[in-house]
Design a protein around this ligand. Sequence first.
Ligand code: C2O
Length: 535
Amino acid sequence: SQLKMFVDELPDMPKILGFDVVNGIPVSKSLQIGMFAKKWKFHRDLPPTRVFAYGTSNNTATVPGPTIEALYGVDTYVTWLNYLPSKHILPWDPTIPTAIPATKKGVPTVVHLHGGIDEPQSDGNANSWFTRGFRERGPTWTQKKYHYYNIQQPGNMWYHDHAMGLTRVNLLAGLIGAYIIRHPDIESPLGLPHGKEFDRPLIVFDRSFRTDGSIYMNKTGDNPSIHPQWQPEYFGDAIIVNGKAWPRLTVRRRKYRFRIINASNARFFKFFFTNGLRFIHVGSDSSYNKRPFMIKEILLAPSEIADVIVDFSESNSDSAILANGAAYPYPGGDPVDKFNGKVMKFIIKRQREVDTSRVPKRLIKYPSPDLSSAAATRYIAMYEYTSPTGEPTHLFLNGKPYEAPATETPKEGTSEIWNVINLTEDNHPLHIHLGLFVVLEQRELVDEEKFKECMLKINNAVKCQISKYARGNITAVPAHEQGWKNVFKMMPGYVTKILVRFAYIDSNASYPFDASAEPGYVYHCHVSILFGFSI
Ligand code: C2O
């Protein structure tokens, strides 16, 4: 039997302020946020589901977790506490490099603030994991209390688990939450819709359930005769927004701001409204655009964020369905069906409203990337190796696995050009910790097979004469994605050229922490595997 759509109200996740106010002055705050095993109702007609949830107590923990609202210039400290049981609720694949506690007990976890510009010891390195009560700790673990500086550009981030080899199952279990940095001096004058009712995160992901309510994840691999457990990507049939399957929200005839986070493991979304309503796109990932862009659809890869205004007074109907048109895997996979092609429903009140919010012509302009200042040019090739026996496919960067020593060692305060060469068949959302980047160009490879052959032999893009192959068609980067981002979609068969800045995008201030300290930072595809770099 199928779940009925649009019967649950869209929840708002609990809000936690990342600062205190003393005598009218905001001061830093230390939070304790736990990870709890509990049951969560994803749908009216589905029995409660066993999940892992973030919260300040087991009772108040939610999926997604609470939205942390930080204030520019005020430090937030979080002690993340693991209260999880000794066994995972989802299948655990021991054949991939995984954080395994010596006692084989406990669920390793570690939290990464995605988009945060923070010290490496607070960045949630995959090997800085810990189990319940910090009983066991990974090799790069250093501290219980994480420090978030909140002195970067205002915008949207999310926190999620990042433990070695377990990230995908820990996220599937529910370890996900939104984090916003607000900078009222800069943002209030913009006049965008604000306040609890008109400014809300929408955290979207896909899950499959068994009839008893439990999260369904196949225990056997996609190809069990080759490998018992390996499934490179997870796709669920139910689309969940703020913890409810296909929810509904009654809205007024006015503007709303939605901060849409794709928290899926592997599903891309191509969002659009069935009644033709448009999005006014004001920000991408963790930063504002220089100006708003009116668009009909938004392609969002796993971990990308779109900050949009929707003006329901423009609607010519009393309801609008937010739908999805992205094939899975993207772009070459199955087309969406009547279930995963729908996201949520907006019921629009008839009566017109006085709406004092506005969308200004100019938003926030950050310095453009300065190509002439690039301190280094790097080539990063992604390709899959499949052994002759057809063992699980490994996604390597320049032929190196995650365990290899850090290869990229940029210097603080500099910018670099990275040419990311995607020789796989899938679109990979590349995420770089610490550094923000601007996408400069996406150019198709010609004679890709020949180039790949050379790379498989000598693993060196320059020696394989990349410039001879990188001369195919250019696919334009959509205008609303030309600003500073922390994730971008690396098209298969393309070289994507980006300029990464290892400094704040809105000032030349240096980092207030030692970015060259251990354990460094990582960059990775948000669908699967991790790689390291240090500053
Ligand atoms: Cu959103 Cu390294 O992660």
